[in-house]
Design a protein. Structure first.
Length: 485
């Protein structure tokens, strides 16, 4: 793929995911205002249950297409796509059975919601199958199509849920709309497959088996990784009140933003890394990984600083002061952004080191549970976030070392550590300058502080990084190209 095309795809997917996050960020604002705190806690619990199942349910079969499809001719791809769909359908049925109201694996009585008893079973089944459309187009070389469908689905979901929530004020009505949206998402998936590929009759045993062998260990490892981030939520749900659970869940609301930015770059870059690895191009892998992680760090770190400085204002303005406890929880979670910019999972995936990833996450899960439980007992809600943050630092360092060793590439070649230092240092300095500026001017808080403080962080950060010529080259080239056009 040409450099310009790659940059266009990265920016396109990134913009789509940014829009998706912005809209999904707005959705809980509406729901929090129309539902009582206990019902809003029930709404958050729905996504915790679904998120916990989704962490394991797909076994990363959708993600595996970004590994296989770039290595195949167009006419060979249908077997892998249909195979992925069949496997996901089986996984969806299994997941649905685990949360059925008659013999639930999860303690449904404990996480009871005011809605139809069959909601979890039906929604999980559809949601697992529909997850294929979140990865298939970009793995198939259609990043622009992926960006468009991401934005379209996000708009449909947010507007449908918001309107029903505002008009009804009922959690049950919201759940029914979510099921209809899941049906729509599956329909879009079916349209894509029939539009761009020829349906393969019968079960493609060879391709499906190959996908399962490749992805199962990554899927379990990813599930453990996701679950260790959710373990704190389950502990808070068990130990604290419904309102405190809702506050804690909102404290981690920034995490999807950073995850989306990382995945936006990784979704587009990974197929290219996979192709480079297939060609044994170590220099190409190192160069592309260094550029991608530098770009991610340049955006994520100052965004984290902005939210750190203005956490109180953001939470109070967005979700009302009823959930003010979420601000300090958010600050703790933001520390975990630093190791995430290294995006170590891509190195393990292109090397086929799923079992290594699995071992790391098996080791980390009990550590997270212990640290988070102790943190909750000693420091209350903010202490509950410590387990994930510490595990992020340890886990990413272990994964980077293993992946670099397997690829035979020195770690220093995979990452631009001097630039990382500049990014962190200047971002922190910009936060300090913003904090002093707000205190000096004496703004009353709320939207004024957010706009002014955010502006100071952004302008000071970009000015200093530009002054010392530390803006990543990939971003500089893209901006110049846009102005040239």
């Amino acid at each position: 793929m040409k450099a310009r095309s790659l940059r266009r795809d990265v920016i396109g997917i990134g913009a789509a995911n940014a829009i998706d996050y912005a809209l999904q960020f707005l959705l809980p604002i509406v729901v929090a205002r129309v539902l009582a705190p206990e019902d809003f806690a029930g709404y958050r619990m729905v996504w915790l249950v679904v998120g916990t199942l989704m962490a394991f349910a797909t076994l990363q079969i959708p993600q595996s297409l970004s590994y296989f499809l770039p290595r195949l001719q167009i006419e060979q791809r249908a077997a892998y796509i249909v195979g992925a769909l069949y496997v996901l359908t089986g996984l969806a049925a299994t997941s649905s059975a685990l949360v059925n109201p008659w013999f639930p694996l999860l303690p449904i009585a404990w996480v009871e919601i005011s809605g139809p008893v069959w909601f979890y079973s039906v929604f999980v089944f559809l949601w697992v199958i529909g997850s294929l459309i979140d990865w298939l187009p970009v793995g198939d070389g259609r990043a622009t199509w992926q960006a468009g469908v991401t934005v379209m689905l996000s708009i449909c979901r947010v507007f449908a849920v918001s309107i029903v929530a505002w008009l009804s004020g009922s959690l049950e009505a919201i759940l029914q709309v979510l099921i209809l949206f899941a049906v729509f998402k599956v329909a879009i998936l079916g349209y894509y497959i029939l539009r761009f590929h020829t349906w393969q009759r019968g079960f493609p045993t060879d391709s499906a088996s190959e996908q399962i062998r490749y992805s199962w260990s990554f899927g379990v490892a990813s599930g453990l990784y996701e679950f260790r981030q959710q373990a704190e939520l389950w502990m808070v749900a068990a130990l604290f009140s419904a309102r405190e659970f809702a506050s804690f869940s909102l404290g981690s609301v920034a995490a999807p933003l950073f995850g989306l930015i990382r995945r936006s770059v990784n979704n587009v870059v990974f197929p290219n890394l996979s192709a480079l690895e297939a060609g044994k191009d170590k220099k190409g892998i190192a160069d592309l990984n260094r550029k991608a992680t530098s770009t991610v760090a340049f955006v994520l770190i100052p965004a984290a600083v902005f939210l750190w400085v203005l956490a109180d204002e953001v939470i109070s303005l967005v979700y009302t002061s009823s959930y003010a406890d979420a601000a300090n929880v958010m600050r703790v979670y933001l520390l975990g952004v630093i190791p995430q910019v290294m995006e170590s999972s891509a190195l393990l995936r292109i090397s086929g080191l799923g079992k290594a990833a699995l071992k790391i996450d098996v080791f980390m899960l009990p550590l997270v549970v212990i640290l988070s439980y102790v943190g909750l007992q000693l420091f209350g809600l903010p202490g509950g976030a410590t387990g994930s943050v510490i595990a992020l630092f340890i886990g990413h360092l272990m994964a980077v070392r293993i992946g670099a060793s397997k690829l035979g590439i020195p770690i220093k070649d995979l990452y631009d550590f001097p630039l990382f230092g500049w990014i962190v240092g200047v971002a922190v300095l910009s936060g300090i300058v913003a904090n002093i500026s707000m205190a000096t001017i004496g703004l009353s808080g709320g939207i004024g502080n957010i706009l002014f403080g955010g502006g100071v962080v952004a302008l000071f950060y970009v000015f200093v990084m530009g002054l010392f010529k530390k803006i990543p080259l990939s971003l500089t080239v893209f901006v110049k190209a846009r102005f040239a056009n």
